[in-house]
Structures are given as structure tokens and as C-alpha cells.
Design a protein around this ligand. Structure first.
Ligand SMILES: Nc1ncnc2c1ncn2[C@@H]1O[C@H](COP(=O)(O)OP(=O)(O)O)[C@@H](O)[C@H]1O
Ligand SMILES: [Mg+2]
Length: 321
């Protein structure tokens, strides 16, 4: 299948005065094919958000993309002029953020905010864009659409706001949607509904999705490919089934043991990963997982293992596979 996005050796650092540099994203590479759902999974603070934001050059102003390529349909997003990146944002690649309240305009009604995307990206007039906005809210199963159109974000529940964000992202009709922990702040039933909404709508439209999450449990149903991220690096990448059935990296193994599995008869004992993720401004030259790893040797302390193809389309970065 055709590759639409190619990320190569992306590095985004926070340089600080008199303090060590935080290497939030440190050499991330992956590809997204047309219509494919990729999950980016890892513990909090491992660089998922910063790497996702860097794709659209939306990384915080205090950080710098120091190296890498983000090729969108053959053009390097990191090099295109500002007008071009503004066109790509929303129209080609849309993003759903973790906290909908901070992404929605508090002073504009829901109806106006969604209508605006239709006016900007599809050049529709006021009345047509209003009707399209209503259609989108119906599509994301918002009840009582008429009254929601004239409501302000603070008047909606968390789940409703996230549905509005999904409606806005869908209304751009992008080729790729990046959803950064879109359901983390929601209760479990709403989580499942919204994830299924995003993934089903995208699959039906043949749209690619990058689903960013800290929860390996929720990606099984939706992802084609899973990228496991740890301390700014992708440490394992494979098809969803391979990740669940034959994990190669000790971190992936440990993650799988720490999530409940309903496919294991009698349930499985949950084993938490010992220790804490490393601080990203204090990484040594070796493997960042070394301190928590059961396979650790002196080589792991000294040298970072490169990510290599271990079996067909199954990549891992570990000296002991
Ligand atoms: N605004 C910021 N200023 C300084 N450091 C930051 C900032 N945002 C993130 N970081 C650093 O970048 C790392 C990765 O952050 P982030 O991508 O948000 O993690 P994730 O989304 O995986 O939870 C964090 O561990 C933190 O050290
Ligand atoms: Mg995040």
C-alpha cells in the first residue's frame, strides 16, 4: 500500500539554560500507509505527544526539532513554508487533542466553531456550513443537535466535548487523523464509544489514523500496526497480532503483563513494571530501559541498541532478542 507519511530520525529537544537538555523525542522513525491505523503506545512522559505535535510543527515553542524528516506525500513538512503548513493542518492532517476544553474556543458556540471549519476548508457559505455542522454532530451521535449547536463548550459534558472535537476533525475530511489520547479523560463506556466512532469513521473513509495512547489494552481492536515508545525512542514496531502474541522487546512484554487480558482463561496475574521511566534529561549512552530490564547486561549500559527487523515487518531495539 502507498505510504503517505514517512517520519525519519525525528528528534525534538527542550534546550534549557544551565540545565541538561530534555530529549523528548530522540530518533523516532515510522511510516503510515494510506488507510492504516497506527497506534503509538507508551507510558506517560515518553514523548508521544511531542512526537505527534512535531509532525505538524505544533511542538511547544520552548522545544526545537533538531533533526529529522517528516515527509507528507513526498514533501518534507519540516521544510515547507508557513503558508503550506497551515494548509496541511486541518485539511490534510487533522489532530484531536487530549483535552477538548483547552482546544475549543470558550467564547464561540459549538455550531459556529464547526461551521467555521466548513467555511475555511470547503468554502461553504453561512447557511450551508451551519447545516453541514448539524450533519456532523448527528454523525458523531450527539443527542439533541439543535440545542447543542447554540451551546458553549462549558455547557457540555467531557464526552460531548470530545465528540465535538471528533466532529470538527472529521469535517475537515483529512487524509490522516492524529488522535492524541482522545479518551483518556473520559469514563470507560464513553471511551469505547468515542474510539469506535473515530476508528470506524476513518476506516470507512479510507483515512489513516495515528492513535496515541498509554493503554496497550485499547489498541488491540483498532490498530493495524503498533509502535511501542519508551523514553523518546520507538523500541518495538509490528503488526497488532505480532505485538500481542509474540512480543520481542522486554518492555513490550512487561507492558502486556501489566494490562488485564480477557482472552486468558481464568484471567492473568497483573505484574507491574518495577521502577520508574527514566528522566529524559538524564539518559546515559545505553538502552533507556536497562534499569528496569530483566535481560540487562553490561552491553546494555554502554550502547543503545539500534532498531532492527527481527522477523518480517517486526522491528525491535534490544541486544538480547
Ligand atoms: N512544555 C514542556 N517543557 C519542558 N519539557 C517538556 C514539556 N512538555 C513535555 N516535556 C518533556 O517531554 C517529555 C515527553 O512529553 P510528552 O510528549 O508530553 O509525553 P507523553 O505524551 O508521552 O505523556 C516529558 O517527559 C517531559 O520531560
Ligand atoms: Mg501525551
Amino acid at each position: 500500500m502507498e505510504e503517505i507519511l514517512q517520519i525519519a530520525n525525528l528528534r525534538t529537544y527542550f534546550f534549557r539554560r544551565f540545565k541538561p537538555t530534555i530529549k523528548a523525542v530522540d530518533g523516532v522513525s515510522y511510516k503510515v500507509k494510506k488507510g492504516e491505523t497506527i497506534a503509538l503506545v507508551g507510558e506517560s512522559g515518553c514523548g508521544k505527544t511531542i512526537s505527534a505535535l512535531s509532525i505538524l510543527r505544533l511542538n511547544p515553542p520552548t522545544s526545537t526539532i533538531v533533526e529529522g524528516q517528516v515527509k507528507w506525500l513526498g514533501h518534507d513538512i519540516l521544510k515547507v513554508p508557513d503558508e503550506e503548513i497551515c494548509r496541511i493542518r486541518g485539511k490534510d492532517i487533522a489532530m484531536i487533542f487530549q483535552n477538548p476544553l483547552s482546544s475549543l474556543n470558550p467564547l464561540m458556540t459549538i455550531g459556529r466553531q464547526i461551521s467555521e471549519t466548513f467555511q475555511t476548508h470547503h468554502c461553504l457559505c453561512g447557511k450551508d456550513s451551519w447545516n453541514e455542522a448539524k450533519r456532523m454532530l448527528n454523525l458523531v451521535a450527539v443527542p439533541d443537535v439543535e440545542s447543542k449547536m447554540t451551546a458553549y463548550p462549558f455547557q457540555l459534558s467531557g464526552g460531548m466535548r470530545q465528540r465535538v472535537m471528533v466532529a470538527m476533525a472529521l469535517s475537515c475530511d483529512p487524509k490522516l487523523m492524529i488522535a492524541d489520547e482522545p479518551t483518556t479523560a473520559l469514563d470507560v463506556t464513553t471511551q469505547a464509544q468515542i474510539l469506535s466512532l473515530i476508528c470506524t469513521a476513518n476506516r470507512e473513509a479510507g483515512r489513516a489514523t495515528i492513535l496515541v495512547t498509554h493503554d496497550l489494552g485499547i489498541v488491540a481492536r483498532y490498530a493495524d500496526t503498533v509502535n511501542i515508545m519508551y523514553a523518546g525512542h520507538i523500541v518495538e514496531s509490528a503488526g497488532c497480532m505480532d505485538i500481542y502474541h509474540t512480543p520481542l522487546h522486554p518492555y513490550t512484554e512487561a507492558l502486556l503483563k501489566s494490562v488485564p487480558r480477557i482472552d486468558k482463561i481464568g484471567g492473568n496475574e497483573l505484574i507491574p513494571i518495577p521502577g520508574y521511566p527514566p528522566l529524559l534529561d538524564r539518559l546515559g549512552p545505553g538502552c533507556p530501559f536497562e534499569a528496569r530490564c530483566t535481560r540487562r547486561t553490561t552491553k546494555c549500559l554502554k550502547e543503545m541498541p539500534p532498531i532492527e527487523e527481527v522477523s518480517e515487518n517486526h522491528y525491535a531495539a534490544c541486544w538480547h532478542i
